[in-house]
Every structure is written in C-alpha cells, then in structure tokens.
Design a protein around this ligand. Structure first.
Ligand SMILES: [Zn+2]
Length: 369
C-alpha cells in the first residue's frame, strides 16, 4: 500500500456538501506536478473566522488526510505532516511551523482557517496554493437558484441496470513496480506479489468469465499514476482493478481490504459542462462501490484471512479514469502468516476465483434488476 494514496478511516465532506450547504465557497488553485488543480471548498463561519474542511481540500488535490480524535495526519507525494486538533503547530517532514489559527475538529473532519490554507500546503509539502476567489454567504455565487438542482444528492445517483451489465473488459493494474517496491514483507515485495497475482487473476477472468483483460504492466517497471490511467482509458475498460498489499506497524494486523474512490470534481457546478462531469463522477463512484461490495462478499466466503471492509477514499490515480475503479489490498505483508499464505499459489488462486465470482455476481445482480 502507498499510504499517500489510501487514508484510512476517512470520511467524506464531499458527500455531506453534495446534499446542501452551498452558499459560502472559497476556491484555491494548487499548482501541482500535473498542472493546476482548482480546489473549491465550503466555508464554515466560526467565531475565530472562516474555515474550510481539510478532508475536502486534501481529497481534491489527491492528498490523504486521516483525522483521528486528537490529531490529524496528511500524506502527499511521499511527504507527511501532522498537527494536534486545537493546535497551531504543524510537524512536517520538511519543517515545523505555526499556523495563524488552530486547526479545529468538526465531527469526523478537521477545519483549517481559510488564510492558513496557502501557507499550510506550501510549508508542509512545497505545494503552491493560492486563493483565487472568495465569496461570502451574503453574496452567494449561486445567483441562478436552478443551478443547485444540477447536482443531484448522492442518494439519487443510480447506476442503470444496463450500465451494470456492461462489464466486458477489465483492466488489472499491478500496483507499484520498478524502483517503487511498495510494501515489503520478510521475503516478498508488494510490487512482485501484485504482478504475480494480476497474472493469475487475468487468467481466471479470461477462462471463467470470458472477459477481455488488459494489464497496465507485465513486467517489473515503474509506471506513473497518469500512465496507468492512460493505459486503462485507451483500452476502454469497463472496470479498473488495482492490486496492492499492505503493511502495518503492528505485526498482528492482517486481512484484505477494498477501496473505491471519492468522486472527483469540484463541489460547485455550473452550466458549462462541469455539472455533467461531476454527475458522471458520482455515478462512477456509485458503480465502483457496488462492485467493491460484490467483490468483498465473494472474498469473505473464500479468503482465509480477515475482512477489513470496503472503504471510500480519495485515490488520486482514479480521478483520471473513465471507468469505475476498485483497489484491492490482498493482505498484510508485515504479518508473517499472511505473507506466507499470499506466497502460495493455492491461496492466490482462491482469491482470484473469489474476485471472479464477485464480478460474476455483480453482473448477474444487474441482470436481475
Ligand atoms: Zn500498494
């Protein structure tokens, strides 16, 4: 697992905002490696000033933000920082610095003051992020009330049954590769296990479900996230499955885990077509979730290890995908028992068959609706 990709226990502000709470919005432009990213965040008015959700900002720039009861940690491009809630001091890998205002806890989220957003990401990650516009609740940007209707609440995002059936070609992405080894166990590296398993899964899906399967890599080479998404999009896959395995500080941690990605796109929509991409993204997320759940159900039946659940998380790589995506952590390499298990062909076959039967169940479930 790449911890900068997968924040555990993250909740989504996107979804709570999608159900309402428009009005005060602030936008930033982050200048990242792959060009500018526009970030839009709802403004929360607090006694000490205006704040925005760190979860929301992080999700949009592809950073992982894990909010714990008394502190939060953000991972971005291999750099990391943490800050206690109600504290101004940020402990980052680059430096330790102080914010103007303390970071606040709000439900499962953390809030940072609007004025601190730029300095925070600049000092912690070297990411230039400047405020592009600010709107107040008194001066709502949404001057056309019908615009709010452009974005349906997530509960109304449905995946048509015909769309469910369209799973003819699958792109399997063996995680990591080349100089990026991923997690390491005693004897196996995540990148190697991912490739071996991807090949097993490919054969299984081709033989039992007669699906067309494309691998993003067939040897030990490094691929960027953009390259992986490009390969998937060019091959016009109906589903992207990224294969990973995890590591933990606790040697007892074990089990498999599934993730699907937070919807991409901005919170606000307009009539210039952005609304459509947002809805498309929401629909992709809904479909990814349904598939991940079907896979989990099948894997629970077959696997010899613990089920750690299916989670939503901002997976930056998936933002550029034109198809639904699921990330599977096969198990935990720092658990010696599970590492040994994953190195047996019999167990890998078992997991591959389970994933195939989960896809089959999903397709048949669609047919039954
Ligand atoms: Zn990984």
């Amino acid at each position: 697992v790449n911890r900068s990709l997968i924040p555990l226990g993250l909740t989504l502000l996107f979804l709570s905002n999608a159900s309402g709470a428009f009005g005060a919005v602030v936008t930033f432009r982050a200048t990242g490696d792959n060009g500018p990213i526009d970030v839009t965040a709802a403004v929360y008015h607090k006694e000490s000033g205006d704040y925005v959700s760190l979860n929301s900002v992080c999700a949009q720039i592809g950073a992982a933000c894990a909010v714990q009861p008394t502190r939060l940690q953000i991972d971005f491009h291999g750099k990391s920082c943490w800050v206690r809630t109600n504290d101004k001091q940020v402990n980052a890998s680059l430096s330790t610095f102080s914010l103007e205002k303390p970071v606040l806890r709000q439900a499962e989220d953390a809030l940072v003051s609007v004025g601190d957003v730029g300095p925070f990401f600049q000092k912690a990650f070297g990411l230039a992020m400047s405020k592009t516009t600010a709107r107040s609740a008194e001066e709502p940007a949404n001057t056309d009330p019908s615009r709010l209707d452009d974005e349906p609440p997530l509960s109304e995002i449905e995946v048509p049954a015909s769309d469910r059936l369209a799973l003819d070609s699958i792109v399997i992405d063996p995680g990591h590769g080349g100089s990026d080894a991923g997690a390491s166990g005693q004897t196996v590296k995540e990148k190697d296990l991912a490739l071996v398993f991807a090949e097993t899964l490919k054969k299984e899906l081709e033989s039992t479900l007669k699906l067309t399967v494309v691998l993003t890599r067939q040897d030990d080479k490094a691929l960027s996230m953009v390259e992986r998404a490009d390969i998937a999009n060019r091959s016009e896959g109906d589903l992207f499955i990224s294969i990973h395995s995890g590591a933990s500080n606790s040697p007892n941690a074990s089990g498999f885990e599934l993730f699907y990605s937070t919807p991409a796109g901005s919170l606000r929509v307009d009539r210039s077509g952005v609304a459509d991409s947002r809805v498309a993204s929401l629909r992709r997320t809904a479909k990814s979730k349904a598939i991940a759940q079907a896979l989990e159900t099948a894997m629970v039946k077959a696997a010899d290890s613990r089920a750690r659940g299916t989670h939503e998380a901002p997976i930056r790589q998936f933002n550029s995908l034109s198809m639904p995506g699921v990330l599977i952590e096969l198990g935990c390499l720092t658990n010696t028992g599970e590492e040994a298990l994953l190195q047996t062909e019999a167990y890998r076959n078992k997991l591959a068959k389970a994933i195939a039967s989960g896809i089959d169940a999903y397709i048949k479930g669609g047919a039954g609706q």
